[in-house]
Design a protein. Sequence first.
Lengths: 220, 797
Amino acid sequence: MGASQSAGTEHEFQDLADRTGFSLEQIGNINKRFRQLSNNEETLSREDLASIPALDNNPIRAQIINAFFDKRNLHQNETGTVQEIGFEEFLMVMTHFRPAAMGLTEEERENLRREKLRFLFNMHDTDSDGTINLEEYRRVVEELLSKAGTIGQETAKAIADAAMLEVASTTRGKMEPDEFYEGITFENFLQILNTFDIETRMHVRFLHMDTATLRCGKSK
Amino acid sequence: MSVWSKIKRAPSPPHSPPSRGLLLLVMLIFLEGTVLTLGAASSPDISAQDNTGGHDHRGIAGSHDHTNYTYTKKAFPVLSLDYHHIQVPFEISLWVLLASLMKLGFHLIPRLSSIVPESCLLIVVGLLVGGLIKLAGEEVPPVLDSNLFFLCLLPPIILDAGYFLPIRPFMENIGTILMFAVVGTLWNAFFVGGLLYAVCQIEGTYLSQVELLPCLLFGSIISAVDPVAVLAVFEEIHINELLHILVFGESLLNDAVTVVLYHLFEEYSGAGEVTPMDVVLGVICFLIVSLGGIAVGAIYGILAAFTSRFTSHTRVIEPLFMFVYSYMAYLSAEMFHLSGIMALIACGAVMRPYVEANISHKSHTTVKYFLKMWSSVSETLIFIFLGVATVAGPHAWNWTFVSVTVILCLVSRVIGVVGLTFIINKFRIVKLTTKDQFIVAYGGLRGAIAFSLGYLLDKDLFPMRTMFLTAIITEIFFTVFVQGMTIKPLVDLLAVKKKQEAKRSINEEIHTQFLDHLLTGIEDICGHYGHHHWKDKLNRFNKKYIKKCLIAGERYKEPQLIAFYHKMEFKQAIELVESGGGVKLPSAVPSQVSMQNIQPKKLPPPVAERALPQFTKGREEEIRKILRSNLQKTRQRLRSYNRHTLVADPFEDGWNDFLLKKQRLIELEKKMSNYLTVPGAIPDSPTMCRARLASDPNAFYNIKASSDGVPTIQVDLASPQSPDSVNMLNEFSKEGQGLGQREGGADRDEDQGLMMKPAGKGEKGEEEGGNKNPGLMRCLSDPGPSNEDEEDEPFLP
């Protein structure tokens, strides 16, 4: 990472900063991290992310990694996954975790909520059909409880079913015995997580990142 | 008894009989009543009692048999009066009774309690009582003695607050809370103290003898926000969680600051000056006081958690352990002049997750209710005593001093809050708005702690003590009455966000966990060790090492999500039983959507347990009807053999019957739905079984039923039935025969199952029929804490 490189990319960074709302310093830090993870290459692959040792303890590791390669999160209107991502895409995924700025209007706040909840929704909706059906939801709960041994597996189903039941009753109200509830649509998702103030909870502080700490979390 | 003796010594003037005229009168009336009834009952008993009463040489009032009993056979002392024997406990009980009756009374007058907060009313009552005593010519007892206050009245309130402290919001806002508590209190103390000194130095106020250090001491006493007053007022206004935790957390944590400042200024008031060295020592002292207090509390908390691990055989004394350990934590901290309040909070917060995993459901309820009861009574007593103490005096009113105090307190609070928020907002994600700041500033109430601290001052060292006390009382009255009464309308006027009453849903819980893991993952990817990372690490450490030590049995492995899910099932089950009155039919669990609506229509190739969904809806209905009607029949049949329906009043009978039937239906419905998802092989880990049993609504109905005295427990359909039920239903699906046969089969099995119950309830291991699932057996023989054997036995024939 010579000085020449950073001079050339300054301009790009400014462009990115304008588009994503990160500050230049934050983009610089994220870029450093990207370079570190991708071994100074231009693109990042799944193996690079999977090799972070700190992620081993995370029960939803696979989903998190997949989220980075999911086209729906890359602000594109396509579905499917990519094999590798460049820095810009990496940054795009990170924008979902920006904290809410102060003084947002009601509409902006609502948009921010939708954006963040959309990210979560995409993580659950693995077959990209726009609804989370029972199987997918069960898988979510199973993954969450995957570190809990056999106990987790047994109750995972019951929990997922209870949760689904709750969503159905909240969003659809009374249903005839013959009706079938296909799955949680995005609108339903918004509705059930209404009281969940996600715009304040779903954020990571990109403030104090310095290179000393950046070296942690990756052994090689 | 040592506590009582301490209290007895504390109110110093000996209460010689003539001066207790008023209370004696009241007591005599009581005694008359009791004695009359006793006299009518059995005279030998009375004479025996009074003989021993007579032997007691302490009592003088009324006992006229001393001189006579040894040699003259005159009138045998049938009745004698000995007030001093029971004086102290009697007076205490009388006060507690008064407090409780007052509390009762306020709630019977609905409009009053919505306009005026309870704390105000109680102070007024105290004023009245004090006034009455004074009118009667008696000396008003110094009831708000500092020892009594700090050792007996304050701990229950703080323990209640600490035990039920919502940890998550507290920890999330800890930075803000600490800023307000430490920096805010320091600012208040110095601002008020300093400016008061300046005012005192002005000519013409006759206050020039008040020096700087006593002023600063006064400032430090009066600047602390009081947890009791805050709790009392904020509980009624229901503001949102963030504001509540900010003000309340501040009131709890500023204790350390107050303790240090108080002792610092008190020590050096004699010397007359404070050197920089003393200031440094003061800072070190502050760290020791606060961290030491927390450490002491945490140690006792861990001890309590560890003890609770072994209490599975002595469930009845579980709550006692918790109370005693907490109280000892408080006393130990006070012994070293550490912050007792912080010790109590730390003890309660540390012990809670582990103890709750270990103790039985009933002990948990007991703890909850006792804590609420004690803290409620304490709070009531504190406010009444404040009123009495106001009347008792002595007062030294000085217009300048008092009014300047009140104004300065308000001003300094506002400036402090605004200034600190400005700094804090730079670091917060959720900024504090002006409205929030206003509520935080306005909610800074002073209370009895300030008064007690003032009371503790030495008369000789501080000649202006009475003036201080008057000013403190005025400030307390001002904040409690004016601010306390107006805060509710102001909250409504400013449209401050109120507490959301929404119940925690399982979806939210799932997503909370999911989000936690997601954010931790993102932080790891960024390589940034943020607070999610540390929180995750702490959780894992907790799970791996600490929980293993402190939680009994296998439960330590239970992840939070599952614990939450089971808790929710408990709650739902209890609600179902308790609500009773709704005519909701089985298909309305939890609301009008049932399992069949969400099951996908196409299923993978049938596995044993998947056979069920192949039923049509119509058939399911029929099955339900069959089961329902059979239960009804059996229920009626069963009732004829139990001999405990002595007090069966026909309405109650019908009600119980209805409840039971409804319960059965709902629980069967649940079971039906369970069987759509739960595999036929019941897992045999004790945790699961315990959880199942525990979460089974029937288990709770057991407990509830026994409290009704009607042993409807016999039909423990829960687990014993399950292998049978599965069999029965499998039978249906396999055979697919006509309705009649099915009906017969169901009838037979159900009846068999049910009829065998009464005989076999005691030995839970017995199964009807050959279906012995070993796992089930094991789990039934070890019912776990929520299914208490000792209570079921007596009711069974």
